[in-house]
Design a protein around this ligand. Structure first.
Ligand code: IMP
Length: 178
């Protein structure tokens, strides 16, 4: 285990098993339908890579960078830094997110996609922290509900570090000055 990690919250095995189950759910719901999977970078890239490789269906894939999260505090100001290239008008869209915390990011992205004319927008998140919610968000596919703790690994970072850890872990408070 990495020295900066206090405890492993979700192991590689637990994550892999759950991701396969979510892929199955999506395959069941979207059988015979065209759809696009839009991954919110950077945090979701590892989850999304595993998720889409477990799908039997063949969605269009694209990526968006929309973030304002700095260190361990959300500033609450969200910017679209890198936009998708595909046209989502009249399409079914699944947004893939790493974690829903306050809900601000996803509420804004979903609203934006509906404005662009998407037929339907579903939300798929690996982690959900319901206790941190400020803006309500309907989650359609969820990996794990977790406590309101700052976690890293499996794509999630603290100042761009720890994304490569193969598990989700809780950082030692002294590492981020908590
Ligand atoms: P929200 O808009 O507050 O829901 O925040 C969403 C974004 O904040 C996520 O996509 C993450 O990038 C980041 N974030 C929220 N909680 C954590 C955490 O515990 N660890 C790392 N990043 C987090």
């Amino acid at each position: 285990m990495n020295n900066d990690i206090l405890e492993i919250m979700l192991s590689e095995e637990e994550l892999n098993k759950r991701i396969k189950e979510i892929a199955e759910q999506i395959d069941n719901d979207f059988r015979d339908k065209d759809f696009a999977v839009i991954t919110i970078l950077k945090g979701s890239y590892i989850f999304s890579a595993d998720l889409v490789r477990n799908l039997k269906s063949a969605p269009e894939l694209d990526f968006m960078t929309a973030s304002s999260y700095v260190g361990t505090n959300s500033t609450g100001i969200i910017k679209i830094i890198h936009d998708i290239r595909i046209d989502i008008k009249d399409k079914n869209v699944i947004i893939v997110e790493d974690i829903v915390d306050t809900g601000r990011t996803l509420a804004l992205i979903k609203e934006e996609f509906l404005k662009r004319g998407a037929a339907d927008v579903k939300i798929c998140t690996l982690l959900n922290k319901p206790q941190a919610r400020v803006v309500p968000v309907d989650i359609d596919y969820e990996g794990f509900e977790i406590e309101n703790k700052f976690v890293v690994g499996f794509g999630l970072d603290c100042d761009e570090k720890y994304r490569n850890l193969p598990y989700v872990g809780v950082l030692k408070p002294e590492v981020y000055g908590g």
